[in-house]
Design a protein around this ligand. Structure first.
Ligand code: UFG
Length: 326
């Protein structure tokens, strides 16, 4: 049985990853999380270690206690707006924290690592769909932290024979198909949970951030990818590294863009409610359209998304929202 460390395994995507790893029956899973944004009750099995990436000594102890065969690293701050206000918080946690993790890893046998990167490394798209060759020019500190870590990984890879895969997520969405896990960000800034909170009555309305974009209905277009499919890609990427593949990066999305208005219309159908909307102005730093070209992941990882359909993504997220308000 292989042992896998999930860093940030109490968060939205990390906890789903832990569940999917355990479901295979093939892995011993250890979660490291500082519970600053994650939830203890989201870790449904395996071992849990309370700890922080700032604590290098703690990381050394953890890596000495277990012989990890692979590491999946989700732990980071993710709010673009906050990163503009408090860049230091992002560089400290995301970049310096990851450096501590990498230094601990290379001094304990350098097991391969899967890193949560983001479409934000591309900045304002020069073309869509966005493939791996698209220039990377992040426009906010959050995106820059992820871009820096990709470069740090490349250097560590060369110098220390560390194998890694960077997965650039587009818009992670949906919830555990079995209804056990889902998104619980505080504060919530993501479109689909906000729309569903407006549908369930937890919020009075949803504000549409701009309707003057150069898109068919004027609202922003994004590529929503189901959290389950995202986690499957991590497992495939890790297996690929174990089989001897070179370090690489993949863009992960469904290749189809949906506008804010299309998301709201689909949510109206799924929930049977008419979601109250308010027209607002653009949110700073939001590009008009972000859509992934995931051909590389499909070909090289044999990644086959199971829940690519927006209605299914919103249905699973709605199941979760209904559990939260119960
Ligand atoms: N939106 C609204 N109203 C809201 C919230 C969002 O209209 O209340 C719109 C946004 O303007 C955007 C779309 O809904 O057009 C999606 O917004 P999200 O906040 O859900 O997601 P983002 O595309 O802004 O961000 C996501 C991830 C980031 C990552 C980024 C990649 O959450 O971590 O994709 O660029 F950096």
């Amino acid at each position: 049985m292989k042992t896998i460390l999930v860093v940030g395994g109490a968060g939205y995507i990390g906890s789903q990853m832990v569940k999917q790893l355990l479901a295979t029956g093939n892995y011993h899973v250890v979660t490291l999380d500082n519970l600053s944004h994650g939830y203890r009750d989201a870790i449904i099995g395996g071992d849990f270690v309370l700890g922080d990436l700032a604590d290098r000594t703690g990381l050394d102890h953890l890596l000495a206690d277990y012989q990890f065969d692979g590491i999946i690293h989700f732990a980071s701050f993710i709010e673009v707006g906050e990163s503009m206000q408090q860049p230091g918080k992002y560089y400290q946690n995301n970049v310096a924290g990851t450096l501590n993790l990498l230094d601990a890893i290379i001094s304990h046998g350098a097991p391969p690592i899967i890193f949560s990167s983001t479409a934000a490394i591309f900045g304002e798209p020069q073309y869509t769909p966005i493939d791996e060759q698209h220039p990377t020019q992040p426009i906010n500190p959050y995106g820059k932290t992820k871009w820096m870590i990709e470069h740090i990984l490349a250097d560590y890879g060369r110098a220390h024979q560390l194998k890694f895969t960077c997965l650039r997520y587009f818009n992670a969405a949906g919830a555990d198909p079995e209804g056990q896990l889902g998104e619980r960000h505080q504060p919530e800034t993501h479109l689909i949970p906000l729309v569903l909170q407006a549908a369930s009555g937890r919020r009075s309305h949803l504000t549409i951030f701009g309707q003057d974009y150069d898109t068919p209905d004027g609202t922003g277009i994004r590529d929503y990818i189901h959290v389950y499919d995202l986690c499957q890609a991590h497992l495939l990427a890790l297996e690929q590294l174990w089989q001897g593949a070179d370090s690489t990066a993949y863009n992960l999305g469904n290749g189809t863009g949906f506008s804010v208005k299309q998301v709201i219309e689909t949510a109206n159908l799924v929930t049977g409610n008419t979601i109250p909307i308010v027209m607002g102005t653009r949110r700073k730093g939001d590009p008009a359209r972000l859509v992934a070209d995931s051909t590389h992941a499909k070909l090289k990882l044999n990644w086959q998304p199971q829940y690519a359909d927006l209605t299914t993504i919103i249905t699973h997220a709605w199941q979760w929202e209904q559990q939260l308000i119960r």
